[in-house]
Write a protein that binds this ligand. Structure first.
Ligand SMILES: [Zn+2]
Length: 471
């Protein structure tokens, strides 16, 4: 027998009635605010072409590394979920069967944010009235595929329905930004902007690093066999991205290490990492120097800089070799900020015209390093609880660990950071509810008056991301 699926209007609020009612009142002030999404990984092609999405499996399962990693942890193979390896091994092609397999294992997601987001998508976006399980798998599959074929479920219609005011995508330094050009030329009013993510040309550990730097030279007409030409080429690409709406850069580094090398050493290091395969210890020092160079360029061109540190990408080597990146094989690393950022902060830390937004996957750094750093340096802001910590308890831990030292206004509101377009309303709804839950406790314990808490809730949901990302 199928069981009802219902989104409780007071979900994620505190358990005791008095605090819960404060949270509910605060939430009424932010529930319907437009969505500002300054950092994420949706595909600009969707909004350029406005074609229908294919089906439930390719939309909701395959691109979602949270889903893949949990199913894999329970012993399911990616082949059985229809994800093809590069070695030609047999793979399930019957998408209905794949969807049934997912439904059969949906209980694995109990008490995880994936379950919360997906239920919100099922009930809120598709209007499904019953819970997903083996018995309702076919009903889901047919209802979702049927809806996706209709005009209201095309990308631009959903963009409007989700009340997205601005959505930032993320592109590599070599991307021609054709899709963004098409969006701009189409006359559509939706605001989709790009973000400059140069890891493809700044990380010598990437197998394609030297080829990418060569391509960077071809694209810009700069001599990228030398340090000075390489930096000039990067400045040119940043300007190109700004012409396509970018206000921010993003840097995904294993550590937050920065460096300030004398010019001669930087030139020599660049020559070494271009030449040497594998680059070894030079790679880390080069990435460190590049963070400082990117900060220097941000001081000049006004782009907001984001640093996403602390992920060991592709930890599962055989998975990476057979299926490539973003399949759920990434694992957090212990991260240091205080020591690592010192060279960069010595140069630019006190500037008011430069913004560096920090993200961590290492929660132990919140109160020990990040809150004290962002509570002091004018250039620093703390990004929201990210990736593994984009979840109710982790978001509360974040606010509780940092607010007393960093305050509210050294944070930047919420990032959904997602490629799962349909889950964007779910993620912002959850973040707003958790912020209201946190604020309701401050009100209940008389640490903040309710009118101020209501103002803070609006700042977190709307004003802070717009201000921090200069949108
Ligand atoms: Zn991201």
């Amino acid at each position: 027998m199928s069981r009802p699926l219902r989104l409780d209007p007071e979900r994620f609020f505190p358990a005791d009635a008095a605090t819960r009612s404060i949270a509910a009142r605060l939430f009424t002030g932010v529930e319907h605010l437009p969505i500002v999404s300054p950092h994420g990984h949706t595909d600009p092609r969707w909004f350029a072409g406005n074609e229908s999405f294919d089906d439930a499996v390719s939309l909701l399962l395959w691109p979602d590394h949270y889903v893949l990693r949990m199913l894999m942890s329970a012993g399911l193979t990616l082949e059985s979920l229809g994800v093809a390896p590069n070695d030609g091994a047999a793979v399930e092609t019957d998408r209905r069967k794949i969807w049934r397999r997912f439904a059969e294992h949906y209980h694995l997601f109990r008490a995880t944010p994936t379950r919360l987001w997906l239920d919100h998508v099922f009930a809120g976006v598709f209007g499904l009235p019953v819970r997903l399980d083996v018995g309702t798998a076919d009903l889901y599959y047919d209802a979702i595929n049927g809806a996706l074929a209709t005009p209201p479920f095309r990308p631009r219609a959903l963009f409007d329905r989700f009340a997205i005011e601005v959505l930032a995508t993320t592109e590599g330094a070599l991307d021609p930004l054709d899709q963004h050009r098409l969006i701009a030329a189409s006359g559509w009013q939706g605001k989709v902007i790009t973000t400059f993510r140069p890891d493809d040309v700044t990380d010598p550990d990437r197998a394609d690093f030297a080829a990418n730097v060569r391509r960077l030279g071809e694209l810009t007409g700069e001599d990228c066999t030398h340090w000075d030409g390489y930096l000039a080429a990067l400045r040119q690409r940043r300007a190109f991205f700004r012409e396509h709406g970018a206000t921010a850069t993003d840097h995904g580094h294993p550590t937050a290490l920065t460096a300030d090398l004398p010019l001669r050493e930087a030139r020599e290091l660049f020559a070494k990492v271009l030449d040497r395969r594998p680059p070894g210890a030079d790679a880390e020092l080069f990435r460190a120097q590049m963070l400082t160079e990117m900060a220097r360029m941000s001081c000049a061109d006004g782009m907001v800089m984001q640093l996403h540190a602390g992920a060991w990408r592709n930890h599962n080597d055989s998975l990476y070799r057979r299926f490539g990146r973003d399949r759920g094989g990434d694992v957090p690393l212990q991260t240091n900020f205080t020591r690592a950022l010192k060279p960069l902060l010595d140069l630019f830390g006190s500037r008011n015209d430069f913004t560096l937004i920090l993200f961590t996957l290492d929660e132990s750094t919140y109160s020990r390093e990040l809150a004290p750093l962002v509570g002091h340096y004018p250039c620093l802001r703390l990004g929201p609880a990210w990736w593994f910590h984009d979840a109710p308890d982790a978001m509360l831990r974040y606010r509780r660990s940092i607010t007393e030292t960093a305050g509210i206004y050294n944070t930047v509101g919420f990032n959904d950071d997602t490629r799962a377009f349909f889950s964007i309303p779910a993620r912002h709804d959850l973040a707003r509810r958790i912020d209201c839950a946190y604020l309701s406790e401050l009100v209940a314990t008389r640490r903040l008056d309710e009118d101020e808490a209501a103002e803070v809730a609006v700042d977190l949901a709307y004003r802070l991301p717009k201000a921090a990302y200069r949108l």
